[in-house]
Ligand binder design. Sequence first.
Ligand SMILES: CC(C)(COP(=O)(O)OP(=O)(O)OC[C@H]1O[C@@H](n2cnc3c(N)ncnc32)[C@H](O)[C@@H]1OP(=O)(O)O)[C@@H](O)C(=O)NCCC(=O)NCCS
Length: 150
Amino acid sequence: MKSAVSFDDFGLQDLEAVYDLECSLNAYPWSKQSFVDSIESGHGCYCLRKDGELLAFAVISLVLDEASLLNLGVAKAHQRKGYAKQLLDAALQQSVLAGASMCILEVRASNRSAIDLYYDIGFYEIGQRPGYYPAAHGREDALQLCMPLP
Ligand SMILES: CC(C)(COP(=O)(O)OP(=O)(O)OC[C@H]1O[C@@H](n2cnc3c(N)ncnc32)[C@H](O)[C@@H]1OP(=O)(O)O)[C@@H](O)C(=O)NCCC(=O)NCCS
């Protein structure tokens, strides 16, 4: 029988798994301390698990009614199976329950898969931040995206 994917919080006990996943996905990964700070400051730290494996994670902060998607990743072997959509849907529902009425995020201008994902679920561009990210040759712009939450 196929086991189900479950939506859950992640915490300090998941630090190694989340950090390993982050490092496998990004040339400029978050530090371990950034994940610790997110957990300890009470940000929404969400994940998908299957058979004990952490497949995907998302970190969302909330200030007043504004949620910010700070980080998101899906294990390479499990991409393009709808997990990012599933995780964001559940995580943004939690944000709404906590009082959010909108979500904003920044994404690298070259990150086509993430931009397509965000447009697909209803985000739209509200601005750009020139040179926001480090890059192999200099800096790279960020797109700022926003989505009202129901
Ligand atoms: C971006 C990322 C989170 C997408 O995760 P995923 O689980 O593969 O995404 P999903 O399967 O839920 O895809 C949902 C939709 O997003 C878009 N999408 C996702 N990956 C895509 C790709 N490689 N190329 C084009 N569109 C893509 C598609 O519209 C897709 O719908 P479809 O499969 O019906 O066409 C994943 O590629 C990832 O972890 N990337 C590295 C980390 C990262 O860039 N995080 C975002 C930081 S802002």
